[in-house]
Design a protein. Sequence first.
Length: 567
Amino acid sequence: MKNEKESATRSDFIRDIIKEDIKKNKNDGRVITRFPPEPNGYLHIGHAKAICLNFGAAKEFGGHCNLRFDDSNPIKEKEEYVESIKKDIRWLGYNWGDRECFASDYFEQLYEWAVQLIKDGKAYIDDLSAEEIREYRGTLTAPGKESPYRNRSVKENFDLFERMKTGEFPDGARVLRAKIDMASPNINMRDPVMYRILHKPHHRQGDKWCIYPTYDFTHGQSDSKEGVTHSLCSIEFEDHRPLYDWFLEKLHVYHPQQIEFARLNLSYTVLSKRKLMQLVSGGDVSGWDDPRMPTLSGLRRSGYTPESIRAFCERIGVAKRDSVVDIALLEYCVREDLNKRAPRVMAVLHPLRVVIDNYPEDQVEDLDAINNPEDPDMGIRKVPFSRVLYIERDDFREEPPKKFYRLAPGREVRMRYAYFITCVDVVKDEKTGKVVELHCTYDPATRGGNAPDGRKVKSTLHWVSAAQAIEAEVRLYDRLFVKPNPLEGKEDFKTYLNPKSLETLTSCRVEPSLKGARQGNRYQFERLGYFCVDSIDSTDEKLVFNRTVSLRDQWAKIEKSMKAGNG
């Protein structure tokens, strides 16, 4: 986490508003924000932006941020989601202390406020069906029309609302609506629904209630109850702000300030909980924590660090208008972070057997290998070298194309941390013609990877010693969609699912230093990318690694191109 001096240098339109409010001593200089997730799914990378903004800004200005669950829809909400949300926020590095709140804790007060609006002639019971309410509502270009039940007396409205509360009516029979303006150009102000009948048990309130407030009625009053000073919302709530203000004004309660910012849109993914739920329920992914998912639990399982996600959120900044962020920037941030912290190891994903004919059969050398060149304090480790090795199958070509500098018949290459070797023979399967083994010789004078006579080779290969190597399963995850914007067009977004988003390799070999690697440990497999020990399936008996990100850095190329264009 950045220190406060560094944080104070940040600037965006929201922080500028907060600075000005403090300067004017608005709210007595207090800064209270809140992060208000609905517990109806797992948090995703878009929520991370809101978390970093709300918790980060509160800390920067000496205030605090509430965690408030907007749990007013018992149909979709689960305790499982509540716990996952808390876990994700803590993992990101933020803590709400004793400020854990639930909108459901305010149900009694919200009910009393609804009664107040009924008595003030500002709310009424409507018998129209949900479909009829939509029809009466009008369109963006045509005004709505008033419900035939709009002018019920206060007494009748109060009586019906009480009977709704006691469970007299079935689901959908009646709703409570605010009495505002059916001709308003803002469709959200056309008598919005405040309460609906739902005979469903609540995850915290049990069967106590059978009527539940809508989000629009709950949101602003919950902010008011908690003394929130700056209610930060994503841009889709901008048109809801007049309604937010209307409720607070008519109830004559403390009035927080709602400020909208652009939500995060990320290429090659979807950030809709409803659509992510479809992927989970449809079996397109293994669950909410599938490493291909943009959920925080999925990113964590794939090997992303909280530091990399915070860096990403800081880098994209806070804007007023929506835009699409290239997923390559997110990948760049985790690659940059892991480059500094992940130990280097050698792993072979597609093993090809190599026999060094002139190396003693019973000899094993322990060679020095650097754990991380970016951090000398991480020191060195020992890797065994022996007569029989494995290299990557792609590092050999019997008939090498132009500019292929790796191993080929008669060609000399460097083995990382070890020796120069030269391929002298190729063994093939008699039936398939597939190369199954290479025979090579080594130069003992090149120990450590340098030739005393000064000769150079054009390629360095990674490898593992066959006898000491550990078998492992490696899952090569890729982007979930093949199209930058899967929601573009009329086709079902699932049409663009990447059929190659997961490749599972079961015959991989990793160096023996990885014996006992713990779930969640992150490594750079030299020349291959960054990998993480799977947090669910990996065991002491079977190592399972997930690829976090490859070494290929598209964002660096994009930045270079942008700078060249500006230059």
